[in-house]
Design a protein around this ligand. Structure first.
Ligand SMILES: Cc1cc2nc3c(=O)[nH]c(=O)nc-3n(C[C@H](O)[C@H](O)[C@H](O)COP(=O)(O)OP(=O)(O)OC[C@H]3O[C@@H](n4cnc5c(N)ncnc54)[C@H](O)[C@@H]3O)c2cc1C
Ligand code: FES
Ligand code: FES
Length: 1301
């Protein structure tokens, strides 16, 4: 579906594969026989337009707009601060809206389920859920009443004499009520069409494809006989991604969704028969109803299937994906096939002149490749049987994320006992995720028939299963040991479940499961989180003054209505061309030849752009070669195609043939770089005290290392540029999604060989950046500009998610090696650390990242003798880039790791070691900068208190004593986050303020709006300075035309520096106005402006801020690279499932010192969003490369960022009260990055839980955990009999399939 051609740009394109939900729309259909209208959410990116015949599609524009009326969903999302960059907001709105259309008063479970398929990279979801809660049946409060206090009561309690503490970031009184009678009705013409027009076969012929939608089964069978290779497309969630991403092409597609036989729902005596075209959502509803209608004994299969359906995909996927499609695709990741096969489900198949039934298990009977269904056959329906007396069925799955993620391994298991006994009469076990399709453990099951359900049987079963389900090391992905562990762990869980059921059946005979094992029988559930946000309000402040108030994001409403314009939403320019890049498929090679002949023949192809077309400097990859001869990473841009459409450009790009001569060495990892001595210079070092001497005198020394994986920025808006040549004087307008327009201008001008004054860069807003839209964007903008220059046409370049991930790099993978000397009482006396960062193939910002990692590595600790080194490794990966935190999240994790190491060794708790070594009084850092740690201590103490750390720690210990397979962990981590950019010129800023004669103000500054609310804050600043309401002030765009040479919006500094410049400009204006105001003090703003104009007083002023006086001398190892420090602390509690490695984030309490917040809603949003991004970095986001250096994780399907299910169930953020900062605007502090590191409190809470498992099992040896601490690592660290079996089982051939980076 393309919304572009109809100018409906609200529906966003974030991934194209159904994984992010940015493109969510509502589909409504009318069924004339039942006269029912069905509304459901769906991902527009996978919806074939032909499938929408007769359906109404509601996009975000149809829900509401500022031109007509905004809908309560849009209003509340914006006013609850649920939108930052806004790119995910239309999708969020559509998911919530669709739920409310079906159920105006949903439960919080329904609400949270509706959002499982929508990703947001900015907010951390809490404010979005706050907006959702206002529609739910239950109260909007935190529901902590049981513990004595509720958030709504706290405000009063928290007021002390001097300060007013506030917990409200929005007021529900302002909200319009939801009135279901005001919703758009289903179009009557479509209703009439459905009622009056007899259903007939529909045929749509496109340029390359034909879509045939028959209405009768016979017709379908004829079609299938005529076109046996044509797929049947229902939800297109399997065929669609194959066509889009794997180059599969189908000239004919048959759409059977309208055939009645394929939509039947029949209750039979022995079970349910469901049509193959039934959507998974429908199947879920039917099974839920059936469970309430039938006796428990009969519904065990239904319950097990339902168990899988709850977390399969997101709601948008389940609403369209069909039961038949899931079964017939026979993917190894099908969550339904193992459980349906184990449960003896039967397939009703038909082909021309033939109908037959086969057990579903038959199609997997002999494992891989045995397809007993012929290509002419179709699946009509599926029979799901009732369970019988003495029969038990279960389903299990473990995925990289609990919801909306394909499983790593899953299973379906069924056992039937001889009447009234525990003797196995029949047993059926199927696994998914293991090899390329579902697999049956047939031999194991046969062997165990006749056995009692006891420990001996369990031992035998595990041994047999591991023998039978052999996983080749290189087949079907990686994680072989983990998958094997899951295979036996799942069976063990089934064993326990059945034991418990046997006990229920006959408590006298069967002992059931020991108490301490029982909790593992419950899976983690996603619950609506409860949250509280605390900030300080200033009661004496004038009500007109907006500074310090939780003002809504300036574009919030427009984000939610889809009216906010991003680069790809700009209307097309006459004659515009689309650009697709051709990238290297080799990591290190010489290009022998590039054959573009076939590509040039492609439809709509206009030209091919190569390095020869660059008129001046070829900035790409720091090489001036007129020709790209060498490639140094996979994903390096080699050339580009321009064509009349995005599709044509991409088709042609795929046809460019490049011949390579592979070069050695190919260096991918840090270890390989060290081996080949491959580094970028300079290497950096800092030292204080006498480290070597100190090591001589300490009681104890530990040494170790930690590997920290990289991280993809995963901004929701991919890299986007529109270059428009103006036709005169070599002028060019460049509309670009960047954090740094000035560098784009410089790079484009340099490539074209024109002065910078001919290149105008415009940035309205950026759909998320996090450091990833700096130099890389400059390269892409230069490519687009060169193409525009060559063709004299406007050129649009929008990277697909896959290309974006492949080309642009991310956070630097890191190895930290440490040696730490300490006394038995926990005092750390000496530290020697080395950091290796994987810079990728070019230096970009890597040396800076290495420097920052050294400058911030002390985190909150005073280490008297300290030496640290950092080197940037040169590898054949795409160059890594700046990313929120800039090296600090990595080096401080290393620090916290050795802190915990010291705790382990001394037997003291980690929090004690932290307290003992924390900065306590005025001190100097290891580069001799002074700091006053008072607020660090305050944050730590407040966090201890607010989280009730010690009592909860006791409760955790108690829980762990009582639970064997589930463990809890808790950790509290302090943070010192230095603010500064290292040199003065990098923090200079300018602003331009115009006052028009009607009194309205146009404000411009050099900062970029990428979700962090900078424009909102700048308007707050201008409003305070000019003493006029915010509504009189407008911000239009950031542009190199209005503010030249602006520094990048990076390093949390945007508000600080631009705020100063805006203040300066406003004060200049006010100074000019002052005589007029003095003369007429009772006059209005408009009177004064009118008068000023008549007196020829200039109503336009620039403002300027020189930047902070910062410096660092790396030779001497000392300086003042920072201006001030932010402080914070976070306490997190988690629960892990030792059998699977799965975990749940139970609670997080954050206390943060950010001075006087200019906008607490924006600032708390930054803290929470960064924190959740930190959870992603430290616990789930894994980049995988092939051994040849090809990035395998190229979309939300393979790369999991946190979703709604990952945020803590209780989430509290408090801003430290009475904190002042003399160095920044209005005593505030820059907050964009700091919160990310606090995500590591979850990492250490997980470590705490794992430690408790290991202690209980007598595993006393030290263990190390790397980041991200995924379920796989947690499972492996919780060593037990099952992991032991892996060490004993034969290791299959293990050619590594992927390398984690
Ligand atoms: C983002 C995303 C997340 C997902 N998450 C999960 C998950 O967590 N767990 C999981 O199990 N799956 C998951 N899936 C896969 C999804 O469930 C399946 O793709 C879906 O069920 C297939 O149904 P469909 O109607 O969309 O199939 P289509 O793509 O329309 O067709 C799939 C195939 O099945 C064949 N087919 C369809 N119907 C019939 C029929 N009646 N007779 C014969 N052949 C037929 C077609 O010929 C085609 O080859 C996910 C998919 C996406 C895109
Ligand atoms: S763009 Fe459709 S789900 Fe991501
Ligand atoms: S606001 Fe959700 S992705 Fe930016």
């Amino acid at each position: 579906m393309t919304a572009f051609s109809v100018r409906l740009t609200g529906t966003k394109y974030g991934c194209g594969g159904g994984g992010c939900g940015a493109c969510t729309v509502m589909i409504s259909t009318y069924e004339p026989t039942s006269k029912k209208i069905r509304h459901y959410s769906a991902n527009a990116c996978l919806l074939p337009i032909c499938s929408l015949y007769g359906a109404a599609v509601t996009t975000v524009e149809g829900v509401g707009s500022t031109k007509t009326r905004i809908h309560p969903v849009q209003e509340r999302l914006a006013k609850c601060h649920g939108s930052q960059c806004g790119f995910c907001s239309p999708g969020m709105v559509m998911s919530i809206y669709t739920l409310l259309r079906n159920n105006p008063e949903p439960t919080s479970e329904q609400m949270i389920a509706a959002l499982a398929g929508n990703l947001c990279r900015c907010t951390g979801y809490r404010p979005i859920l706050d907006a959702c809660k206002t529609f739910c049946k239950e109260s909007v409060c935190c529901q902590r009443k049981a513990n004595g206090k509720c958030c709504l009561d706290q405000e009063g309690d928290l007021i002390d004499k001097e300060e007013k503490i506030s917990t409200r970031l929005f007021s529900t009184d302002e909200f319009q009520p939801l009135d279901p009678t005001q919703e758009l009705i289903f179009p009557p013409e479509l209703m009439r069409m459905a009622e009056n027009q007899p259903k007939r076969t529909l045929v749509f012929c496109g340029e390359r494809m034909t879509w045939i939608s028959p209405v009768s089964l016979d017709e379908l069978l004829d079609l299938k006989a005529a076109h046996p290779k044509a797929p049947l497309v229902v939800g297109n969630t399997s065929v669609g991604p194959e066509m889009k991403f794997r180059g599969v092409f189908h000239p004919i597609v048959i759409a059977p969704a309208r055939i009645l036989d394929l939509n039947v729902v029949t209750h039979m005596d022995d079970g349910l028969t469901l049509g193959a075209a039934c959507s998974l959502s429908l199947v879920k509803d039917i099974l839920t109803n059936a469970i309430s209608e039938f006796p428990e004994e009969k519904t065990k299969v239904f319950c097990a299937v339902l168990q899988q359906l709850r977390t399969l995909g997101g709601e948008q996927i389940r609403n369209v994906a069909s039961l038949g499609g899931n079964i017939i695709s026979r993917k190894s990741t099908s969550d339904l096939n193992p459980v349906l096969a184990a449960s003896n489900c039967v397939l009703n198949l038909a082909s021309k002149g033939r109908k037959r039934q086969i057990p579903l298990s038959d199609i997997f009977a002999d494992g891989v490749g045995n397809n007993t269904i012929t290509s002419e056959e179709i699946l009509v329906s599926v029979h799901i049987p009732h369970s019988r007396k003495g029969e038990y069925v279960s389903a299990f799955r473990q995925a990289p994320r609990r919801e909306n993620a394909l499983p790593i391994t899953n299973a379906g298991m069924r056992v039937l006992f001889e009447d009234g006994t525990d003797i196995i009469k029949d047993l059926s076990i199927f696994y998914g995720g293991a090899i390329s399709t579902t697999i049956c453990a047939k031999q194991t099951c046969w062997t165990l028939i006749g056995r009692h359900w006891n420990e001996q049987m369990l031992d035998e079963a595990c041994r047999l299963l591991l023998q039978e389900i052999a996983l080749p090391g290189s087949a079907s992905g990686e994680k072989v040991d983990y998958k094997k562990t899951l295979i036996v762990s799942f069976f063990y869980r089934f064993f326990l479940e059945v034991l418990q059921s046997l006990k229920k059946m006959d408590p006298c005979h069967y002992p059931g499961v020991p108490m301490e094992y029982r909790s593992v029988l419950q899976d983690f559930q996603t619950k609506m989180p409860q949250s509280i946000q605390i900030y300080q309000a200033n009661p004496s402040q004038s009500p007109q003054d907006p500074v310090g108030r939780p003002i809504m994001h300036q574009s919030g409403i427009m984000h939610a209505t889809g009216e906010a314009v991003y680069v790809d939403d700009l209307p097309s320019v006459d004659g515009e061309l689309f650009l697709a890049v051709v990238t290297s498929s080799r990591a290190h090679a010489k290009i022998v030849s590039i054959d573009t002949s076939e590509a040039l023949q492609g439809p709509g192809v206009f030209d091919i752009i190569t390095a020869h077309d660059v008129p001046a400097t070829n900035e790409f990859y720091y090489s001036d070669d007129p020709e790209i001869i060498f490639v140094i990473c996979v994903g390096q841009i080699v050339c580009a195609v321009v064509a009349d459409s995005d599709v044509h450009a991409k088709q042609a790009a795929a046809k460019v043939k490049i011949e390579y001569e592979v070069l050695e060495p190919v260096i991918l990892t840090i270890e390989e770089a060290i081996k080949h001595n491959s580094f970028f210079e300079p290497k950096r070092k800092l030292e204080q005290g006498n480290v070597d001497q100190a090591f001589e005198t300490v009681d104890n020394i530990i040494e170790g290392e930690i590997h920290i994986g990289g991280q993809e920025h995963f901004y929701m808006e991919t890299q986007s540029v529109l270059a428009v040549p103006k036709g005169e004087d070599k002028e060019m307008d460049v509309y670009v999604s960047t954090q740094h327009p000035a560098i784009i201008q410089e790079m484009v001008a340099a490539s074209l060989g024109v002065p910078a004054n001919r290149i105008m860069c415009h940035v309205k807003r950026v759909g998320g950046a996090f450091g990833g839209k700096l130099l890389k964007t400059g390269l892409l903008a230069s490519v687009a500009a060169v193409a525009a220059n060559k063709t004299s046409r406007a050129v649009r370049l929008i990277l697909s998610r896959g290309d974006d991930m492949l080309i642009t790099g991310g956070r630097h993978p890191f190895i930290g090696k440490y040696k730490v000397g300490f006394m038995n009482d926990g005092r750390i006396r000496a530290v020697d650390t080395k950091y290796y960062i994987n810079a990728g193939c070019t230096p970009d910002e890597s040396i800076l990242v290495a420097e920052v990692s050294l400058l911030k590595m002390d985190n909150a600790y005073k280490i008297p003798n300290l030496r640290c080194w950092a080197c940037a490794c040169k590898t054949n990966l795409p160059s890594n880039a700046a990313f929120r935190g800039f090296g600090f999240p990595q080096s401080a994790l290393v620090t916290e790791t050795w802190i915990t190491g010291v705790a382990d060794k001394t037997g003291l708790s980690p929090e004690k070691i932290r307290e003992i070594n924390m900065y306590k009084e005025n001190a100097q850092t290891h580069f001799k900068q002074k700091l006053d740690p008072q607020n660090l201590i305050r944050c730590w103490n407040e966090c201890m208190e607010k989280s009730a750390y010690y009592s909860r720690k006791t409760a955790v210990i108690e829980f762990n004593k009582q639970n064997y397979w589930k463990k809890k962990g808790i950790a509290i981590v302090p943070m010192k986050f230095p603010f500064g950019l290292g040199t003065r010129y990098l923090s200079q800023a300018a602003a331009l303020v115009h006052i028009y004669t009607d009194g309205s103000v146009l404000l411009t500054h050099g900062g970029i709006e990428m979700g962090q609310g900078i424009h909102t804050k700048m308007i707050q600043v201008a409003s305070r300075e000019l003493n006029i309401p915010m509504s009189r002030i407008h911000f239009c765009e950031t542009s190199t035309r209005t503010v030249p040479n602006a520094c990048a919006s990076v390093g949390s500094a945007g508000t600080d520096v631009n705020g100063m410049a805006v203040k300066d400009a406003c004060q200049t204006l006010l100074k000019r106005l002052q005589p007029i105001i003095n003369k007429n003090p009772k006059g209005t703003w408009n009177d004064w402006i009118k008068e000023a104009f008549e007196q020829s007083v200039s109503l336009s002023a620039t403002g300027y801020f020189r930047g902070y006086d910062e410096n660092m001398d790396w030779e001497k190892g000392e300086g003042q690279p920072f201006t001030y420090f932010l402080y914070g602390a976070a306490c997190s509690e988690v629960e892990i499932n030792c059998l699977t490695g799965d975990h749940k984030n139970l609670r997080t309490d954050i206390v943060m010192d950010i001075g006087c917040s200019i906008n607490p809603a924006v600032d708390i949003g930054q803290i929470e969003g960064a924190f959740v991004q930190g959870i992603g970095l430290y616990t789930m986001e894994e980049l995988k490369y092939s051994p040849e250096g090809v990035l395998c994780t190229r979309g939300p399907d393979q790369y999991k960022i946190p979703a709604v299910c990952d945020i803590p169930e209780q989430f509290s953020v408090s801003l430290l009260s009475s904190s002042q900062n003399p160095y920044a605007i209005y005593a505030s502090k820059g907050i964009g990055e700091a919160g990310l590191f606090l995500g590591c409190s979850v990492f250490f809470a997980l470590r705490d839980a794992v430690t408790s498992v290991r202690n209980e099992r007598g595993l006393k040896n030290t263990f190390s955990l790397n980041s991200p601490l995924t379920a796989e690592q947690i499972r492996a660290s919780c060593a037990d009999d099952f992991t032991e079996m892996m060490t004993n089982s034969e290791s299959a051939s293990s050619t590594p399939w992927v390398i984690s980076m």
